[in-house]
Every structure is written in structure tokens, then in C-alpha cells.
Design a protein around this ligand. Structure first.
Ligand SMILES: Cc1ncc(COP(=O)(O)O)c(C=O)c1O
Length: 423
């Protein structure tokens, strides 16, 4: 094998292997060609999102579904995820921020969009101008909304009841007052009444039933006041999957539409398909002698000679530094360990005696044959949840959107470079 040589910091000579054709078993599929500018990219399977939405809707006992696409579609891309969810049969969309709702409107999406947290009162005009449906739980925001809507079409408010999460929402002691205020606000109609589960991902937790009962009290309070919300909604992914008695008019899943489970095994026999994979290609491969330290701090040294590969992705891309000497990736159809500290733009892997070539595909999240690394693996290594893992795939990582098994052509609503954008 031809190659060049390079002196290491330790003064020893390390062989740098030249790029070769991708090795057997390495490329996952012909469609995974990296974008021209970078050998690291995320692939989002929009058919998987559409299919998951259709599956969840068929599973739910509610007639409708709100797809939660906030936080850049949990890292999958705001606009493409929303479009795919609508293809799959989502009736409405939900975001956290007015800006996210505006980006969906700018992309031509005309489905009802719920903003799940109150923005500052000054944002009420912008929210209404984008025809977004606000969540309401404070008198200050309601007053700003009423003022902003007067003279125009009524604001369609979803009043959020705090049923025990205690993060946002109207506390039980104030339900009656808040519902009366909404009823009295001339430019506001009650579109929705809703709440959010705190422990639905822990199926045996007694607080699930307590919270559901509290929500029922809220509905009874509204009925007693003559309030008639157009829709009632409570269930997140976990509730959608295993609490049919909480589905009301709409289920409101986020994580599950991207094909992930809120906790292991929670989907039961509901088939979900993970939509996100993350790939790179080895940029450099070299032989390493026993004891030669790798990366900042030289925290990893092989006990015997080995082959080291460099991957052009780092913590600035979302390869969290805490994965140093801990995480694994797939290459050549098998898992290999991260060797040494993850740097800002790159990290190294121990390819062992199987070796590898520059250009070989790496699956950071994804599969090659039967070898696989999942967002749940990352969550276990990092002591976090899969939600944080997909949200953490950096904005610097280009997204490629697959539709019908093909890469969707890039356009204004399908950002390829600097991906994960809002279109
Ligand atoms: C208010 C609200 N509803 C629904 C969801 C969706 O939850 P999940 O992703 O667990 O389905 C979230 C997510 O954080 C949320 O904050």
C-alpha cells in the first residue's frame, strides 16, 4: 500500500495511508453521497416522518393530530418536517416560538399553527399577523392579544391549564378567573383548552392518573362557565402511545413523529421509523504504534499497534465532547470506539486491525448492515435523553432530505447548506 510518512510529536514515524475506494461493507447506500462542501451530513427521511404521523393518527382514539415541530423539528428541520407531517395527515402544527410559526408561514404552510408558550406581550401583533394561534395563561398576555386583535379577525386562543407540570399554565386556583377573562375579551375566541403531562413516559407513575383527573376538573370548570373550546388536547407522544383515555379531540406528539420512543419500549407494537441518520467519511487513516497518545491531552493510547481514523466532525457540529473515549460509531459494518478527546471540528476512532481507508463512510447515528448506533445509544453514553441528541445535531451539519428514497432537490424550503435551518 502506498503512503507518505509524517513525524509525530513523539518523534516517531507514522504512516499516513492514502485514500482508496470505499472499503467493502462501508457505504450504507448509493444515495448517501455527501454534499460537495463537507464530508459530514445528516439524512432526514421525510417518508419516515409522514409514515410515523400516519401510524400515530391511526393508533390514536382522537380524530386529529397536532404535530410538534418546534426546535427545528427536533433537529430534523422545521419546514421539511412540518411538510412531511402534513403529508402524513397531521391536522395542525405546534411550535414554541412566534419566529418558528412565521418561518412556517413564509414557506407557504397554511395549516393551523399553535404557539405553545406565551411570547412577550409585545409579540402579540406579530403573532396575529402570521395567523398563529397563541397559548394563553396570563392576564397580561391576554390583554395584549385582545388589544392587538381588536378591529381584525378574532384571536383564536388555546388556554393552557396547569394540571401539575407547574412550568407554565393557569394554576387551578385561577382557572375560573382566566376563563371568564377570555370569555369577556371581545377580540379573542376560545379555540382550545389544553395541558401537558409531566410523567407520561413513566407508564406506572401514579401522577398520570392524578393529572388526567385534574384536567377533567378543568374541563368541568369550563363547561360550568359555558365555555366551549373548539378543541381539547392533552397527550404528548407518550400519552398518544399508551394513554388512549387522554386523547380528546387531538393528540399532540413530537418525538414519536420522528420515529423515537419517549422511553424504551413505550411504543410497544406501534411501528415507528427513526427519521434521522448522521454520516461522515474518514478524512485520514494512519497506523499508530503502541503507546502513542491521541488528540488533546493525549488521553487515549493504544496498548498495541493499531489503525487510527480521523472523522471530520466535532463538538461544534454536535459531537458532544463528553463522548471522548466513550462513544462509538459504525464503519466497515462494525462499531468502533472514539479514541481520545473530541475536538471542535474532528475526532478520532480506533479502527483496530480491520483498518479502513480515507473516504470510508462513518455512521455517527445510523446503521451499516446489522451494526447500528442510535440516538438512544448517545443518550445512554451522555446521561441524557434522545430528544436532546437529535436537537443537538448542529446547524453546521448539512441536512439532506430523502423523499421517495431519493434526495429531495434543494430549494428555498429545503436548506442543504448550514442545514437544519427553518427554510
Ligand atoms: C407543551 C408540549 N406539548 C407537546 C410536546 C411534545 O412532547 P413529545 O415530544 O414528548 O411528544 C412538547 C414537547 O416538549 C411540549 O412542550
Amino acid at each position: 500500500m502506498s503512503g507518505t510518512t509524517e513525524a509525530t510529536a513523539a518523534g516517531e514515524v507514522t504512516r499516513i495511508l492514502e485514500p482508496g475506494p470505499a472499503t467493502a461493507g462501508a457505504p450504507r447506500s448509493a444515495r448517501s453521497e455527501p454534499p460537495a462542501q463537507r464530508a459530514t451530513w445528516a439524512e432526514i427521511d421525510l417518508d419516515a416522518i409522514a409514515g410515523n404521523v400516519a401510524t400515530l393518527k391511526a393508533h390514536a382514539s382522537a380524530p386529529g393530530l397536532i404535530a410538534v415541530v418546534k426546535a427545528d423539528g427536533y433537529g430534523h428541520g422545521l419546514v421539511p418536517s412540518a411538510q412531511a407531517a402534513l403529508v402524513g395527515g397531521a391536522d395542525r402544527l405546534a411550535v414554541a416560538l412566534v419566529e418558528e410559526g412565521r418561518a412556517l408561514r413564509a414557506a407557504g404552510i397554511d395549516a393551523p399553527i399553535l404557539v405553545m408558550t406565551e411570547p412577550p406581550p409585545e409579540a402579540a401583533p406579530a403573532l396575529l399577523a402570521a395567523d398563529l394561534e397563541p397559548t394563553v395563561y396570563t392576564a397580561a398576555f391576554l390583554a395584549a392579544l385582545d388589544a392587538a386583535a381588536s378591529g381584525g379577525p378574532p384571536a383564536r386562543a388555546h388556554v393552557k391549564l396547569d394540571t401539575g407540570m407547574r412550568r407554565v399554565g393557569v394554576p387551578e386556583a385561577d382557572w375560573e378567573d382566566a376563563l371568564r377573562r377570555v370569555g369577556a375579551a371581545g377580540a379573542v375566541t376560545l379555540e382550545g383548552l389544553w395541558s401537558h403531562f409531566a410523567v407520561a413516559d413513566e407508564p406506572d407513575h401514579p401522577f398520570i392518573a392524578a393529572q388526567a383527573a385534574t384536567f377533567e376538573r378543568g374541563l368541568a370548570c369550563a363547561r360550568a362557565l359555558g365555555a366551549r373550546p373548539a378543541v381539547v388536547h392533552l397527550a404528548n407522544s407518550a400519552g398518544t402511545l399508551h394513554l388512549p383515555e387522554t386523547h380528546y379531540d387531538l393528540v399532540r406528539p413530537g418525538l414519536a413523529i420522528y420515529g423515537l420512543e419517549p422511553s424504551p419500549g413505550l411504543a410497544g407494537d406501534v411501528p415507528l421509523t427513526p427519521a434521522l441518520a448522521w454520516y461522515s467519511r474518514l478524512s485520514l487513516v494512519k497506523r499508530l504504534a503502541a503507546g502513542e497518545g491521541v488528540s488533546y491531552g493525549l488521553t487515549w493510547q493504544p496498548s498495541a499497534a493499531t489503525t487510527l481514523g480521523t472523522v471530520p466532525a466535532g463538538y461544534a457540529d454536535g459531537v458532544v465532547r463528553a463522548l471522548s473515549n466513550r462513544g462509538e460509531v459504525v464503519t466497515g459494518g462494525r462499531r468502533v470506539g472514539i479514541a481520545g478527546r473530541v475536538c471542535m471540528d474532528q475526532f478520532c476512532v480506533d479502527l483496530g486491525e480491520h483498518g479502513g481507508r480515507a473516504g470510508d463512510e462513518i455512521a455517527l447515528i445510523g446503521a451499516q448492515g446489522s451494526a447500528r448506533v442510535t440516538a438512544d445509544d448517545w443518550a445512554a453514553w451522555l446521561g441524557t435523553i434522545n430528544y436532546e441528541v437529535t436537537c443537538g445535531v448542529g446547524a453546521r451539519v448539512p441536512r439532506r432530505y430523502l423523499e421517495g428514497g431519493r434526495v429531495r432537490p434543494s430549494g428555498p424550503s429545503t436548506p442543504e447548506a448550514g442545514g437544519g435551518g427553518t427554510g
